[in-house]
Design a protein around this ligand. Structure first.
Ligand code: UGA
Ligand code: MN
Length: 257
C-alpha cells in the first residue's frame, strides 16, 4: 500500500533541521507520499527547496493553512489548551478524501515534524489491513519510557493501555502510536480533528469516529518493539543573534539555515 504521511509544520529556527531529518528518511522509503502542511499564509521557499533537494517533488504534496490567531496558544484558558496541527491535518484529510482512489489500499499516518522515526516503523504500517487502525508503542512520551498497548496473551487484540497520563481517555495514546487505513476516512466523512477537545484528546477525537479498542491491529512484534520516539527539540537560544540584530547585523545574511 501507499503510505501517506501527514506533517504539519511551522516556521521556527530549527524547522529546516527537523524537516531535513524527515526528508532523508523519505529518501529511504519509496512507498511513502509526504503531505506537508505549512502553518503559514503561503508555502515557503525553505520547504519547497528542501523537497527539491531530497528529490521528493513527485511523491510529496505541499499545502498551507495558517492556524487562526484565536486558536494559537495564548494566555490563561482554564480547562483546555489549544491543540496544535488541527487546521493543517484537516486540510490534509480533505486533500486525501478528494485525491486518493478508494479502490486502492492506502494508509494514513500523522507524522509530526519533531519526532524520531525508524524506517522499520513504515514496514510495520504496511501490514495494516483494510478497515483497520494499526497501533504500536511510542518511546519517551506521557511521562514514561514507553507508552504501549496491552494485548491478549496471543498478541492479537488490544485489551488496554499502560498510559500514566489521563489513562481514562478513550484512546490514551500519542499521535505517533497509530496509522489508519484510508477507507475508514472515506466511510466516515465526519472524522476530523477539532479544537473543541480537552488537552490530550486529539487522538481520541479522531479515532472514536473510525474504530473501537477491540478492532485495533497490534503491530511491532506484538507491541514489544519501539520504532518511534516522541522527541522534542529544545527551543533555540538566540541571545547573541538578537544582539547582532540590534546592531543591524546578522550571522545568517544571505543564507538559509
Ligand atoms: C503532542 C502530539 O504528539 C501531537 O501530535 C499533538 O498535535 C500535540 O501534542 C497536541 O496536543 O496538539 P507536541 O510535541 O506537544 O505533541 O506538539 P508539537 O510537536 O509542538 O506539534 C505537533 C505538530 O504540529 C508538529 O508537526 C508541529 O510542527 C505542528 N505545529 C505546531 C504547527 O503546525 N503549528 C504550531 O503552531 C505548532
Ligand atoms: Mn512534538
Amino acid at each position: 500500500p501507499t503510505i501517506y504521511a501527514v506533517t504539519p509544520t511551522y516556521p521556527r529556527p530549527a524547522q529546516k533541521a527537523e524537516l531535513t531529518r524527515l526528508s532523508h528518511l523519505f529518501m529511504l522509503l519509496p512507498h511513502l507520499h509526504w503531505i506537508i502542511v505549512e502553518d503559514t499564509n503561503a508555502t515557503t521557499s525553505l520547504v519547497r527547496n528542501l523537497l527539491d533537494r531530497a528529490g521528493l517533488e513527485k511523491r510529496s504534496t505541499l499545502l498551507n493553512i495558517k492556524t487562526p490567531s484565536e486558536f494559537k496558544l495564548k494566555g490563561k484558558d482554564p480547562n483546555w489548551i489549544k491543540p496544535r496541527g488541527v487546521e493543517q491535518r484537516n486540510l490534509a484529510l480533505a486533500w486525501l478524501r478528494s485525491h486518493v482512489d478508494d479502490d486502492r489500499h492506502s494508509i494514513v499516518f500523522f507524522m509530526d515534524d519533531d519526532n524520531s522515526y525508524s524506517t522499520e516503523l513504515f514496514a510495520e504500517m504496511s501490514k495494516i489491513g483494510r478497515g483497520r487502525v494499526g497501533v504500536w508503542p511510542v518511546g519517551l512520551v506521557g511521562g514514561l519510557m514507553v507508552e504501549r498497548p496491552l494485548l491478549t496473551e496471543d498478541g492479537t487484540k488490544v485489551t488496554g493501555f499502560n498510559a500514566a497520563w489521563r489513562p481514562e481517555r478513550p484512546f490514551p495514546i500519542d499521535m505517533a502510536a497509530f496509522a489508519i487505513s484510508m477507507d475508514l476516512f472515506i466511510r466516515n466523512p465526519q472524522a476530523t480533528f477539532s479544537y473543541e477537545v480537552q488537552r490530550g484528546y486529539q487522538e481520541s477525537e479522531i479515532l472514536r469516529h473510525l474504530t473501537t479498542r477491540d478492532q485495533l491491529q497490534p503491530l511491532a512484534n506484538k507491541c514489544t518493539d519501539v520504532l518511534v520516539w516522541h522527541t522534542r527539540t529544545e527551543k533555540t537560544k538566540l541571545a547573541a543573534e538578537e544582539a547582532l540584530l540590534k546592531k543591524g547585523q546578522r550571522s545568517d545574511g544571505g543564507m538559509e539555515v
